[in-house]
Design a protein around this ligand. Structure first.
Ligand SMILES: Cc1cc2nc3c(=O)[nH]c(=O)nc-3n(C[C@H](O)[C@H](O)[C@H](O)COP(=O)(O)OP(=O)(O)OC[C@H]3O[C@@H](n4cnc5c(N)ncnc54)[C@H](O)[C@@H]3O)c2cc1C
Ligand SMILES: *[C@@H]1O[C@H](CO)[C@@H](O)[C@H](O)[C@H]1NC(C)=O
Ligand SMILES: *[C@@H]1O[C@H](CO)[C@@H](O)[C@H](O)[C@H]1NC(C)=O
Ligand SMILES: *[C@@H]1O[C@H](CO)[C@@H](O)[C@H](O)[C@H]1NC(C)=O
Ligand SMILES: *[C@@H]1O[C@H](CO)[C@@H](O)[C@H](O)[C@H]1NC(C)=O
Ligand SMILES: *[C@@H]1O[C@H](CO)[C@@H](O)[C@H](O)[C@H]1NC(C)=O
Length: 581
């Protein structure tokens, strides 16, 4: 029913889409600070009054390390935290990605270097209610300046920052409410999450209400931000599907400054696009309502294999990838593993509602038997049962540490690639794992395996039911790989690392033909981004983008419609493409 409604609206919208893009009359650009057209102090003051004094001037975190703002204690503090996620999460404009921070105010370059905003927003509104978001949308539109939306700043594609922009900072929208939801498609428990809620905010509250609600493996990713809007993989995905599959409705502010709802019955095309069609590109999200699932015990397991012989080690990795085809058939069984040149770790397996340790370890026994045949020994192995999902998370997922000092690439690895091209696939993995840069160490490949087919997770995963890239449903696991960067890596190093990652993504594409990539853990400058990140959904998403944001207020690299909307110049300025002048 819901699916039918969406399809009708989408095709009706398609008809009008291309006209909207073709009508940019003259070559115009967004204003940057210093331009005559940049809003006056009085205009900013007026905006600040409208948002209750919650307008904040963007400030680089590294500023205390530079003249004339030098402050030794503050500088030491930010240097010590520079690879931590937390200072970036708590800041209105600074983001984690070294690529997008681009050393514009890197504390390790002080005190004589330069400290500029670079790609960071010039002002941010500390959004606390719908009126704040409406005011920001209207101000950016009326004044021809770029608008960005920043939540936690995890984004690898640079989508939560933007030179010369006004940012809507949604981090403080932390409300969590549990309710009984009733609609034509779903009747049952649900959770309404403010746009700033992180996994770490959600877990314990959900448990206290007797529910599980999906968030990322990483506790600090924003649930209603890039995670759900881009797809969203969770340890719980093998049981309930992707983050986007959970959404019942969105509370939004649209590009025309209207506060409204997107659901199966209201703005169904927008509801569809926001569920997997890419972050920050269709509307500002204030909250979302998602399914809540009854809680219960959960089993976990993990192991470590150390590489003391390359041939045996990579044979063990190949055996693991093949064994994933078996684990794929077990309801709810999820695994997260890390492969480096030195070792291979099952960081965690999750089996929700398992009664005993044996439930989670027995399915691993055939793999362990294969290790015996290969004469590979386990350096560590453990398993446990937790009383509920939040406890499982604290035991298994929360202790994993994350840092900002890296660049990322990725690819969804299809079941057919493992079935039919395993040696070629393992050869690319090995090639990636053997990346090593002087003094900063090697790369890491991270696999997250879950069956998110509709046979497993229900009708939300049927083709076209939401805007999740269809290749997710054929994937045995999603792979992302990280290369380390020194805290003071220069632009040339960062940029050449990015190029290396793009090459490896091409090699992975060659062994997974017709597949795709999880856009949230990949490169912004992948030339195949439309196909890889959106697949067959691109055209329908383009039509919805044109209908809901005809002036391209929301813009990001590798976002639907971005290439025909604006071109980012060397100074970060957005200008209409030549073709549209
Ligand atoms: C250390 C680390 C671990 C990760 N682990 C996982 C994981 O386990 N599972 C997974 O699926 N992904 C994971 N990711 C990827 C993650 O999903 C993306 O980085 C995602 O974009 C983060 O969204 P955010 O809202 O937290 O961050 P931000 O960088 O603040 O925002 C990301 C995007 O969402 C948009 N956005 C944010 N808030 C809103 C809003 N209210 N309305 C409209 N648009 C909005 C922004 O404009 C931007 O385009 C991880 C990333 C990192 C860095
Ligand atoms: C906005 O107003 C508040 C309260 O008056 C003030 O503290 C803040 O500095 C102002 N913001 C800007 C960017 O001027
Ligand atoms: C980073 O800075 C360099 C110059 O130092 C510039 O060439 C490059 O375009 C910048 N990259 C981004 C993403 O802004
Ligand atoms: C943002 O607003 C919230 C209240 O809505 C307030 O608690 C918080 O201190 C503000 N943050 C900043 C950095 O101004
Ligand atoms: C990256 O940061 C982590 C955590 O702070 C640290 O252990 C690691 O050595 C850093 N890597 C590089 C290459 O600096
Ligand atoms: C996924 O899960 C379903 C339901 O448990 C199962 O029937 C199917 O074989 C699994 N794998 C694939 C490829 O669909």
């Amino acid at each position: 029913m819901e699916q039918k409604t969406s399809k009708v609206v989408v095709s009706a919208l398609l008809a009008g889409a291309f006209g909207a893009v073709a009508c940019h009359a003259s070559r115009t650009c967004r204003y940057l600070p210093g331009d005559a057209g940049w809003p006056s102090q009085a205009a900013w003051h007026q905006l600040n009054n409208t948002v209750g004094g919650r307008l904040i001037a963007g400030t680089p975190l590294g500023r205390p390390c530079f003249e004339p703002d030098l402050n030794a204690a503050e500088c030491a503090a930010i240097k010590a935290e520079w690879t931590d996620l937390h200072p970036f999460i708590a800041d209105p404009v600074n983001v984690m990605s070294p690529y997008w921070m681009n050393n514009s105010c890197d504390p390790f370059y002080g005190p004589s270097g330069t400290c500029k905003l670079g790609s960071l927003a010039v002002y941010a509104i500390n959004v606390t209610n719908a009126q704040d978001a409406v005011a920001g949308v209207r101000f950016a539109s009326a004044n021809n300046i770029r608008l960005t939306i920043k939540n936690t700043g995890h984004d690898y594609l640079g989508r939560s920052s933007g030179a010369g922009s006004l940012a809507l900072w949604t981090h403080n929208l932390k409300d969590i409410t549990f309710l009984d939801y009733r609609s034509a498609d779903y009747t049952g428990p649900a959770a309404r999450l403010g746009a700033g809620v992180e996994g770490t905010d959600l877990g314990p509250v959900a448990a206290a209400h007797g529910y599980r609600v999906l968030g990322g493996s990483c506790p600090t990713v924003g649930v209603a931000g890039g995670f759900t809007q881009g797809g969203g993989h969770s340890p719980l995905s093998a049981k309930y599907g992707l983050g986007a599959d959970q959404v019942l409705e969105w509370e939004v502010v649209t590009a025309d400054g209207v506060h409204t709802t997107a659901s199966a019955s209201q703005n169904p095309a927008l509801y569809w696009a926001l569920r997997g069609g890419g972050a920050g590109n269709y509307a500002v999200v204030l909250s979302m309502t998602v399914k809540a699932h009854p809680d219960g015990p959960a089993a976990g397991a993990g192991f470590l294999i150390v590489n003391d012989d390359d041939d045996k080690f990579w044979a063990a990795v190949a055996a693991w990838l093949k064994h994933l085809l078996v684990l794929d058939t077990l309801d709810g069984y999820m695994t997260a593993f890390t492969i480096t040149a030195l070792d291979f770790a099952l960081d965690f397996a999750l089996l929700p509602d398992a009664a005993s340790v044996d439930d989670i370890t027995a399915p691993l026994a055939p793999f362990f038997a294969e290790l015996d045949e290969l004469k590979v020994t386990l350096a560590q192995s453990r398993a446990s049962v937790s009383a509920n999902y939040a406890d499982w998370y604290e035991t298994w997922a929360a202790p994993i540490t994350y840092s900002t000092n890296n660049s990322i690439g990725g690819r969804l690895i299809s079941r057919s690639a493992v079935q039919d091209r395993l040696p070629a696939l393992v050869a690319v993995f090995r090639d990636i794992a053997e990346y090593s840069a002087a003094e900063v160490g090697g790369s890491a490949l991270k696999g997250l395996a879950f069956n998110v087919t509709s046979a497993r997770v229900g009708s939300a995963a049927l083709p076209g039911a939401d805007a999740v890239l269809p290749a997710w449903r054929d994937a045995l696991f999603t792979l992302n790989f990280l290369i380390p960067l020194a805290e003071d890596a220069d632009w040339e190093t960062i940029n050449s690392g990015q190029a290396w990652i793009n090459d490896k993504q091409d090699e992975l594409r060659a062994v997974t033909p017709g597949g795709g990539t999880y856009m949230n853990q990949a490169t912004w400058d992948n030339p195949n981004w439309k196909e890889d990140y959106f697949g067959s959904n691109y055209k329908a998403l383009f039509a919805i983008k044109a209908a809901y944001d005809p002036e391209d207020l929301f813009w990001a690299d590798a976002a639907v419609g971005s290439d025909v909307a604006w071109v980012r110049a060397a100074d970060g300025r957005l200008c209409r493409p030549e073709a549209n002048t």
